[in-house]
Design a protein around this ligand. Structure first.
Ligand SMILES: [Cu+2]
Length: 168
C-alpha cells in the first residue's frame, strides 16, 4: 500500500506546470536601454520590447536592478492634460503579442540610482513573471532626446510631460 502515494506524488510532479515551459522561457526582451540622465538626477527609466512566443498571456509582476535602490513598473497617464507617471501592478504581454516599454508610456522606473550613469554603461535588470520565473537582461545607457523620438505634433503634450517629470 505504501508505494501507491509515492507513485501518485511522482505523477503529480511530472504533470506540474513548470514542465510546460515558464513565462521566462516564452518571453524575450528586445533592445533594452536606460535613459541617460545628468549626475544628480536620482531617477530614470528603462525601456525594451517584450515578445511573447507562447499561446497564452504572460505578465511581468516586478523588476529589480542593482543599479537603483527602488525599481518600479510605471506608465504615463494623461490626467487633465498633464502626463503623469503612475505605478502599475503588472505589464501584460498577450499570447503571441508584444508589450512595448518606451518614453511617455510603460517603463521600468529606476529610483535613487546608486551611482551616476554614463553613456554606454550596462545596467542589470531582472524581470520577474507571474509564475515566479525570471529573466536577467543588461540594458545599455543611451542618450535620448527630450522630445518624443517620433515627434508628431500630436505628441507634444507627452514630450512636455516627460520633461516635467524629469525636472521635478
Ligand atoms: Cu516612472
Amino acid at each position: 500500500m505504501k508505494f501507491v502515494p509515492t507513485l501518485l506524488a511522482a505523477a503529480l510532479v511530472v504533470a506540474a506546470p513548470a514542465f510546460a515551459g515558464s513565462a521566462a522561457d516564452a518571453v524575450t526582451v528586445a533592445d533594452p536601454y536606460v535613459r541617460l540622465v545628468p549626475p544628480g538626477q536620482p531617477a530614470t527609466g528603462a525601456f525594451f520590447v517584450l515578445k511573447n512566443s507562447d499561446d497564452k498571456d504572460h505578465k511581468v509582476l516586478k523588476a529589480e536592478s542593482s543599479a537603483a535602490k527602488v525599481t518600479e513598473l510605471h506608465t504615463h497617464l494623461n490626467e487633465g492634460g498633464m502626463m503623469k507617471m503612475r505605478p502599475v501592478k503588472d505589464i501584460e504581454i498577450k499570447a503571441k503579442g508584444e508589450a512595448e516599454l518606451k518614453p511617455g508610456s510603460l517603463h521600468v522606473m529606476l529610483i535613487n540610482l546608486n551611482k551616476p550613469l554614463k553613456e554606454g554603461d550596462s545596467i542589470p535588470l531582472k524581470l520577474i513573471f507571474e509564475d515566479n520565473s525570471s529573466k536577467e537582461v543588461s540594458a545599455t545607457v543611451r542618450k535620448i532626446q527630450a522630445e518624443m523620438p517620433m515627434g508628431k505634433p500630436a505628441d507634444m503634450p507627452m514630450g512636455k510631460g516627460e520633461m516635467m517629470h524629469h525636472h521635478h
